[in-house]
Design a binder for this molecule. Structure first.
Ligand SMILES: [Fe+2]
Length: 247
């Protein structure tokens, strides 16, 4: 097997209610295996507090490998409605500025898609929405990479299409966005939000696309223990996903 890239995909750390044992276990794996990058698909914090962002920044700095982060619904101000509506991603943006929100490796390109909104015409506001501008930005990136043979990963917080979500609305315009992304060259979509891992293959426009969800690294467990995914990408066999559970 010719391994072209190894990526660690984690999600929903929720600093503030993070599982410290699980994070230490993750750190050890990063130190031992030195992945090419770490991708975090949102909900880095529990309430978007300055102290939670500071803890997240310090933790990612300590990992010492390239990382990409995308915000989740918990990453917008919760106690400050003015800031939530005027500049919902200011605090997150500061962190992303330190860590990164795009990544290009020799064999893999990672782009982000915003599915988190500060408010919407349905309840709860925490559910996913793909707005036209967010999709346009992701499609522009994929268009720029057209003809590029690298494996193209889109990272977002909310699953775009499936699995069936107990207690969540489906992501608004998620399925049509997925179609557009695949037509523009996306090979896989990574997400979080549901706190349980999944790996689904969709066939769209004659192409196969992987929808890969990572579990949580927080104490907010649903059906499974804390976990993260390891994405092994090799040029002959493509992408293999390994879900590692803590404990
Ligand atoms: Fe979420």
């Amino acid at each position: 097997m010719t391994l072209a890239a190894r990526l660690f995909h984690l999600s929903d750390i929720h600093f503030g209610v993070e599982d410290r044992g699980a994070l230490a276990w993750f750190e050890e794996a990063v130190a031992r295996e030195r992945p090419d990058a770490v991708i975090c698909t949102g909900d880095l914090t529990q309430r978007a507090k300055t102290s939670e962002y500071a803890a997240a920044a310090e933790w990612f700095r300590r990992l010492g490998v390239p990382a990409v982060v995308e915000p989740g619904n918990h990453d917008m101000p919760y106690f400050n409605p003015v800031e939530r509506f005027r500049t919902p991603f200011r605090r997150f943006g500061k962190l992303a500025g330190m860590i990164g929100s795009e990544l290009e490796l020799e064999h893999v390109a990672v782009i982000t898609l915003r599915t988190t909104v500060s408010a919407q015409w349905r309840w709860p506001w925490s559910d996913g929405v793909v707005r036209a501008k967010a999709l346009e930005e992701a499609l522009e990136e994929l268009t720029r990479l057209r003809g590029d043979r690298r494996f193209k990963i889109v990272a977002c917080h909310h699953p775009l299409s499936g699995p069936s979500l107990t207690g969540h609305n489906p992501t608004k315009r998620g399925h049509s966005a997925l179609q557009a992304l695949v037509e523009a060259g996306a090979d896989a979509v990574l997400s979080g939000h549901v706190h349980d891992a999944f790996d689904i293959t969709h066939k769209i426009a004659g192409r196969r696309v992987r929808m890969i969800g990572s579990g949580t690294m927080s104490e907010r467990l649903r059906g499974t223990p804390p976990s993260y995914n390891v994405l092994h990408y090799d040029l002959v066999h493509g992408l293999k996903v390994e879900n590692r559970q803590f404990g």
